[in-house]
Design a protein around this ligand. Structure first.
Ligand SMILES: Nc1ncnc2c1ncn2[C@@H]1O[C@H](COP(=O)(O)OP(=O)(O)OP(=O)(O)O)[C@@H](O)[C@H]1O
Ligand SMILES: [Mg+2]
Length: 304
């Protein structure tokens, strides 16, 4: 695949579960060697999307192409190039850490003569070399997650799907994962990563897609999304619930976006607040706008 191609092309994908339409006309492209951050509230369809890409679930409509292969017809070829880290831990708890990796190295056809080295590399990646022979059920939650991540990378895939990979990781390991993803990208690996940690998307993703109700409602580089939806600065106002309501009303009347922000109200696009409106709003605290503001404005959801 050359640099002008796409690693992923999804067009009009639909996935229904009975009355629930989990994916509802999804369009999504990823350029090779880039990281796309998938943001969206619970139930937006992020994990379902990932299952469609691997062929684990079959779309009811639309077309999906991964690394030039059509899904589901050519899932097998695509799967050989993909590494998948699912949201739900599906490690075999009866097996040791090493055995879990060996099973996958075998499954993904890592040649027999390089399998041992691949497994050792993955154990090292997961910082589990000294726990290699521990049964997985005896590992801590964070260790299991590290193993799950390493398992998805043991065959050195070209396209990696990470579904909320850093949940439950301590801050240091989370940062290591960030460097790892950075490293993958610099090797030309394409990454699709869902996350609820906005900071993670801000730092890692070349591009962010915000998903809501089964489709992408905004897409772009973090800075572009800020410019388009929230501006670069926000002003936070504190006070009684009545005061907060009043601030929101003034902002709305002035055509400015605003959002609740814990005990405060943030008025976005602060650069557009006129002197007259600023007077009405009273004293507030200036801060940089963030991708979280964009997310809340677009989805109406609050990030805890
Ligand atoms: N196997 C299934 N059977 C029935 N409904 C399902 C199934 N999988 C997902 N759904 C439904 O599809 C919708 C999207 O779920 P999905 O797991 O894709 O969301 P998500 O964006 O990954 O959410 P989260 O952030 O909570 O992981 C939800 O309403 C969910 O209940
Ligand atoms: Mg999910």
């Amino acid at each position: 695949m050359d640099g002008t191609g796409v690693a992923l092309r999804v067009s009009g994908a639909v996935k229904r579960y009975g009355a629930v339409t989990a994916v509802d006309g999804l369009d999504l492209d990823i350029r090779p060697g880039t990281c796309l951050g998938l943001l969206g509230p619970n139930g937006a369809g992020k994990s379902t999307t990932m299952r469609l890409l691997t062929g684990q679930s079959r779309a009811d409509a639309g077309t999906i192409e991964v690394m030039g292969y059509r899904i589901p017809d050519q899932s097998k070829q695509a799967r050989a190039l993909m590494g998948v880290v699912p949201q739900q831990d599906n490690l075999d708890i009866e097996l040791t850490a090493r055995q879990n990796l060996e099973v996958f190295a075998h499954l993904y056809r890592v040649p027999a003569q390089s399998r041992r080295a691949a497994v050792d590399w993955a154990l090292d990646l997961a910082h589990l070399t000294d726990r290699a022979d521990t049964k997985t059920e005896k590992l801590s939650g964070g260790m299991r997650r590290r193993l799950l991540i390493a398992r998805g990378l043991v065959h050195r895939p070209k396209f990696v799907l990470l579904d909320e990979p850093t949940v439950g990781l301590d801050p240091q390991v989370r940062q290591e994962l960030w460097s790892l993803v950075d490293g993958l990208r610099s090797e030309g690996v394409t990454v699709l990563m869902s996350t609820h940690y906005i900071e993670e998307a801000e730092r890692l993703a070349d591009d962010v897609a915000v998903m809501s109700h089964g489709r992408v409602i905004a897409r772009g580089r973090p800075s572009e999304l800020l410019d388009e939806h929230a501006g670069r600065t926000a002003v936070e106002y504190y006070g009684t619930p009545q005061r907060l309501q009043e601030v929101q009303d003034i902002a709305t009347a002035a055509g400015l976006p605003s959002r609740r922000n814990g005990p405060a109200v943030s008025v976005l696009r602060a650069d557009r607040i006129s002197a007259e409106v600023a007077d009405k709003l009273g004293d507030g605290v200036h801060r940089p706008a963030s991708l979280e503001d964009v997310f809340v404005l677009l989805t109406g959801e609050v990030i805890e």
